[in-house]
Design a protein around this ligand. Structure first.
Ligand SMILES: [Zn+2]
Length: 311
């Protein structure tokens, strides 16, 4: 199997191919952009393109021995670095281990590639350990950093990487892709806006029970707003939800509310509440493990207040 870039990544892909063919590929690239637009796919496609042993190809062939090893997740010269537990930082020991493996000669005689995702999960000591490797790159080595929040990476790391900022694709292209993949044009059209136009996130919604979960969550949010449910009861139902994801849903719910129902009645409390959500999300993303009951209680209590003031 061959990992291919997505249709909206073709321009970036063409530029990468030019660099590879001209042997001008840097030692590190930073693929950044919103979650759910296919950054990991680009990283995988690039890694496979580099290790593929077929000659003169624009994409990995998907059939050679190295491609087969790659697809099975067994290629000895491709490493993946991610937090051992979701939401936790990438540890310095993990980075050190990676650096040792990158320092060795490629077993298949070609490129050595490491994908670090999400790169912002590296804490200061992990990032420093990686920097050393970026300063002394070994031969045909490529580090691919993938990040939803590149501003959280140290300036030194960012400056050592070639930046590939990936935009959210335009709606038509995203919709076409989602329809092709799911063979369901109406579901695609329904879900893409809910996913903020991010096609891989939309696909994730369609392939999992995320959409149901999200609708249930929005019903809770609405009930707390109208006073039909108490903040405490709502908080209890949110304990098992993924914190970052549900706060993202909350933010998008508010955005929808502010641009539709409340478009003519701007409510400053709504905006300060949005800031609060952003803080909560950053707090969770930074690897702090807030008590979910307390976090949601506080958020829902404030949320209820937004509407008390309005009435
Ligand atoms: Zn191949």
């Amino acid at each position: 199997m061959s990992a291919l870039p997505l249709p909206w990544q073709e321009a970036t892909w063409a530029a990468l191919n030019t660099s590879i063919d001209g042997e001008r590929l840097p030692h590190a690239v930073l693929i950044s952009g919103d979650e759910g637009i296919g950054k990991s796919r680009l990283a995988t496609a690039l890694a496979q393109r580099l290790i593929c042993s077929a000659e003169m190809v624009k994409y990995a062939c998907g059939a050679c021995k190295t491609c087969t090893l790659f697809s099975a997740g067994n290629h000895p010269d491709v490493s993946y670095l991610a937090p051992e537990e979701k939401g936790k930082p990438i540890k310095i020991e993990q980075v050190r281990k990676l650096c040792v493996s990158l320092g060795k000669t490629a077993q298949q005689g070609g490129w050595k590639v490491a994908i670090i995702s999400p790169a912002e999960a590296m804490n200061i000591s992990s990032a420093n350990a990686l920097l050393k490797n970026l300063e002394e790159p070994q031969g045909k080595t490529l580090l691919i950093l993938v990040s939803n929040r590149p501003s959280r990476l140290s300036a030194t790391i960012r400056s050592r990487c070639q930046k590939l900022s990936m935009p959210t694709p335009d709606t038509q292209m995203a919709l076409q892709w989602l329809t092709d993949v799911t063979s369901d044009a109406s579901a695609a059209a329904q879900v893409l806006p809910l996913a903020g136009g991010r096609p891989l996130l939309a696909l994730n919604y369609l392939q999992s029970d995320n959409l149901d979960q999200r609708q249930q969550f929005e019903a809770l949010v609405s009930d707390v707003g109208t006073g039909a449910m108490s903040p405490l009861a709502a908080a209890q139902q949110c304990q098992k939800l993924d914190g970052e994801m549900s706060i993202e849903w909350f933010s998008r719910y508010i955005h929808r509310l502010a641009t539709t129902e409340l478009a003519d009645k701007p409510n400053p409390a709504l905006f300060s509440f949005s800031d609060k959500l952003l803080l909560a999300r950053n707090w969770i993303a930074s690897g702090n493990n807030p008590n979910p009951q307390m976090l949601w209680e506080e958020l829902f209590m404030d949320w209820a207040m937004v509407f008390k003031r309005r009435k």
